[in-house]
Design a protein around this ligand. Structure first.
Ligand code: SAH
Length: 271
């Protein structure tokens, strides 16, 4: 088994503005053995101020990766955790920090990479940025939940450092934690609902002539495995059934020579 390697966990700061924060982040990273710092579209900074708070972290400073976009900073990453001061919402899969850190450590031991993503000092991460993260991580606080950026990073790297020590060298398989973001009103799907979804997917794939040279059984078994792993709830089954129905309808219209208008994700007509 591969030992825990903090260089497989990168710290990504999205549009940081304050040079003292960036320096303090570097110092926290060095204290806890981290070396990979990514800055996404950082503001122009007085690097002297960064260097003062960074305190003897020249190696990290030389190694900073500056990127134009978050996607660029996430290249080569297998899971990304979006740290957010906002308390739990139903929209996002959320992990508490201990679970996220345990998961991150196990991923590095599978020789894979993780990103801890932190938002802007004033406004945090946008929804679009959170969508690029495997899940959201909230650090528990009193009712005043907004930590200083560098302090949030320190808590994350410290928790990782501590857990990496206590986890020993025993292999941890992924996923160590189920990410549960089901709506409170939804219930786990029954086997027959799952079966209906699999049949619906199969008929949709027939409608779009997917099975050209593919062996249908092998593809369908793999899809079934994915769905079983996904721990689907009834509302999610409905969503996927609805998508399949729309794809089939679309294929039928095309067959009849009708080109339906394209509606974009924002509800606007695509011209
Ligand atoms: N007003 C902003 C707070 C930004 S603090 C907001 O509401 O989102 C800067 C960054 O520090 C946040 O984007 C987040 O990445 C991190 N952070 C601050 N407090 C946190 C908390 N309690 N849990 C997780 N991350 C936190």
């Amino acid at each position: 088994m591969i030992p825990y390697s903090p260089e497989r966990i990168r710290i990504v700061l999205v549009e940081p503005e304050n040079p003292i924060n960036v320096g303090t982040v570097m110092r926290a990273m060095k204290n806890m053995g981290f070396s990979e710092l990514y800055l996404v579209h950082p503001a122009e900074m007085d690097m002297q101020k960064t260097q003062i708070s960074a305190h003897r972290t020249d190696d990290l400073l030389q190694n900073i990766h500056t990127c134009d976009t978050l996607d660029e900073a996430l290249t080569g990453v297998h899971e990304s955790y979006g740290f957010s001061a906002r308390t739990r919402s139903e929209t996002w899969a959320t992990l508490d920090m201990e679970s996220a850190v345990g998961r991150a450590i196990s991923i590095t031991r599978n020789d894979q990479n993780v990103a801890y993503v932190f938002g802007r000092e004033r406004t945090g991460l946008t929804n679009d940025e959170l969508l690029r993260c495997t899940c959201r991580v909230h650090i528990e606080t009193s009712s005043y939940s907004s930590l200083n950026l560098a302090q949030a990073v320190l808590l994350a790297v410290y928790a990782t450092f501590r857990q990496s020590k206590s986890a020993g060298d025993s292999p941890v398989s992924r996923p160590v934690v189920q990410i549960d973001n089901h709506l409170p009103t939804s219930v786990p799907a029954t086997i027959d609902a799952q079966r209906r979804l699999i049949e619906r997917i199969e008929s949709m794939l027939v409608d779009i002539s997917y099975f050209k040279s593919q062996a249908p059984n092998s593809a369908m078994h793999r899809i079934q495995n994915i769905l079983m792993r996904a721990d689907l709830h009834d509302d999610e089954i409905q969503l996927l059934m609805g998508i399949c129905a729309e794809v089939s309808n679309y294929a039928r219209l095309i067959e009849r020579g009708i080109r339906p208008p394209k509606i974009q994700a924002n509800g606007k007509l695509k011209t």
